[in-house]
Design a protein around this ligand. Structure first.
Ligand code: ZN
Length: 263
């Protein structure tokens, strides 16, 4: 029997305990995009894979191709992001980024820019404007996966949008006043918000610190992107409203408590 091995560099998006100290992982890898792998014995205290398979870890893995499910042969941590685990709000943001990629990225399709965007955003979260970084992550992710909303022209008549503006998830972007009847569910949208969306789509996440955005505009951006993503996913994301009791957050808290208990 031949064993086929392959290497990936990946971020752990999801880690679920599944008995016998095994963990089922969803990884976002540079080489193959989203992949599902088994990490046998990874929860054992002496396991050398333990750090590499932690939620949000950026790690290098050697993976065994299996008939049904691939499994991790070796794992080595590159970056831990343990500071994201220090604070419930950070855990919520990081969980949301991971869940969004898990929900929206197709399996087995590499997307180098999305992999880099995920890492960059996770690195910036703690010191930056976490809310704005998350909004930027949403719109950039959507765009990288081929669903960029139309912002420069009306998504319906293709003319430069004038007058009162609306945003239509179904038609795919901004609508002008004349085209509003094309989607009765289109949301009102300020001109300033459209300009901000263009900026956060274009700017590197590290530059977003320079943007001063008032609360009403932030709220509008949040609900426009939320509706847009929801329309494309056709279901609610578990932590879209940053519910602190989401599955991953509970998992992280349990992990932290275990660490405390073992000290
Ligand atoms: Zn129009």
């Amino acid at each position: 029997m031949t064993v086929k091995l392959y290497k990936v560099e990946a971020v752990v998006l999801r880690a679920r305990d599944c008995g016998n100290a095994d963990k089922l992982l969803i990884l976002y890898s540079k080489e193959h995009g989203k992949i599902k792998v088994m990490a046998h014995g990874a929860s054992k205290p002496a396991s050398r894979k333990r750090g590499a398979v932690q939620l949000f870890s950026h790690s290098r893995f050697l993976i065994n191709s299996g008939r049904e499910l691939d499994s991790i042969s070796q794992g080595e941590v590159i970056e831990m992001f343990s500071y994201l685990m220090e604070d419930l709000e950070m855990i919520s943001y990081a969980s949301y980024l991971a869940e969004l990629v898990d929900a929206i990225a197709p399996e087995g399709v590499p997307n180098g820019p999305l992999f880099e965007l995920l890492l960059t955003t996770m690195r910036l979260l703690v010191a930056g404007d976490a809310e704005l970084l998350t909004r930027a992550f949403e719109i950039k992710t959507i765009a990288l996966l081929g669903y960029r909303p139309s912002l420069e022209q009306c998504a319906h008549c293709q003319r430069p949008p004038e007058g009162r503006l609306y945003f239509s998830p179904a038609i795919g972007g901004v609508l002008c006043d004349t085209c509003k009847p094309a989607d009765l569910l289109a949301l009102p949208c300020n001109k300033g918000v459209v300009e901000t969306l263009k900026l956060i789509l274009r700017w590197h996440p590290a530059k977003l610190q320079q943007l001063k955005i008032e609360r009403p505009a932030r709220n509008q951006i949040k609900s426009l992107l939320y509706e847009y993503i929801r329309y494309h996913l056709e279901r609610d994301l578990k932590s879209a409203a940053f519910i602190s009791g989401s599955g991953q957050v509970r998992q992280v808290l349990m992990y932290k408590n275990n660490l405390r208990g073992s000290k």
